[in-house]
Design a protein around this ligand. Structure first.
Ligand code: ATP
Length: 250
């Protein structure tokens, strides 16, 4: 399946399509024929117990680890192609950058790094900082920011890089309830106002239930369930469904 790279109308509906992905670290099979689809312009969450293969899958999308079999397409293009990876932005659990850079320096740096040279670059930066709620703090050094504020800078860095697919790794870990609420609103805005696809790796089932459109549950490198949040039966929480799914397979 690796040779066909033609984009079809169906491909365009998905931000990510993974088929039969196998990844071995030595003799450990981290991904055991993983199949997964993520709709474009949706909020998707990948759930699974420790060691299920979530981080490995995220790394394969980014091209950071090679997999042995299967294929992964991003907006219809195989991840082997640079063009596909250029559309993907990654926000780690903790966004780190030079602590002595200001918010503005950082965002400007990422804009240039991604080869985005717009005549109206200062306008774009201002609009982005406004969107992530960091305009008032644009002259502050990163070393003086809280975790939640740093994450917003990280999101701004992805936005000025014009990434269409945003991979967020445990975005709520370490945020206080207010920070969590604000960040959830920002994620929603990224989908609705900016047309982004947001893929979230998380253990926070309660948070995910509130903001994600779709979810997949993986364990031992295999997809056990993939559904829309709306498909959960009345009275069944995501945590209930997750527990039943994982216990049922072990
Ligand atoms: P967690 O929720 O704990 O972060 P995860 O779902 O992200 O877990 P992965 O980190 O993808 O899981 O790990 C999947 C499997 O692959 C585990 O068995 C892990 O021990 C193994 N693994 C991950 N990275 C490596 C590596 N670099 N070398 C060897 N084995 C690895």
């Amino acid at each position: 399946m690796l040779e066909g790279t033609e984009v079809t109308a169906k491909d365009q509906e998905y931000a990510i399509e993974a088929h039969g992905v196998h990844k071995f670290y030595g003799t450990t099979e981290a991904l055991a024929g993983l199949d997964l689809q993520v709709r474009a312009n949706s909020i998707f969450t990948l759930l699974g117990p420790n060691g299920a293969g979530k981080t490995t899958f995220l790394k394969t999308i980014l091209g950071l680890v090679r997999f042995q079999r299967g294929d992964i397409r991003v907006f219809g293009k195989l991840t082997l192609e640079l063009e596909s990876r250029a559309q993907v932005g990654y926000l780690p659990e903790r966004f780190y950058f030079y602590p002595y850079y200001t918010v503005l320096d950082t965002v400007t740096f990422f804009m240039a790094l991604n080869g985005v040279h717009k005549k109206s670059s200062s306008e774009m930066i201002e609009k982005t900082l406004e969107l992530v709620g960091m305009n008032a703090l644009s002259k502050r050094r990163l070393s003086t920011l809280s975790k939640g504020q740093l994450q917003r800078v990280g999101v701004a860095a992805l936005l000025v890089g014009e990434k269409k697919l945003l991979l967020l790794d445990e975005p709520f870990s370490g945020l206080d309830p207010l920070g969590t609420k604000d960040f959830k609103e920002l994620i929603h805005k990224l989908k609705v106002a900016e047309g982004k696809t947001i893929f979230i790796n998380s253990h926070g089932l309660a948070e995910m239930e509130k903001i994600a459109d779709d979810f997949a549950i993986i364990d031992k490198g295999k997809c056990l369930a993939q559904n829309s949040m709306k498909s959960l039966l009345p009275g069944v929480t995501l945590e209930d469904f997750f527990t039943t799914t994982i216990r049922g397979k072990n």
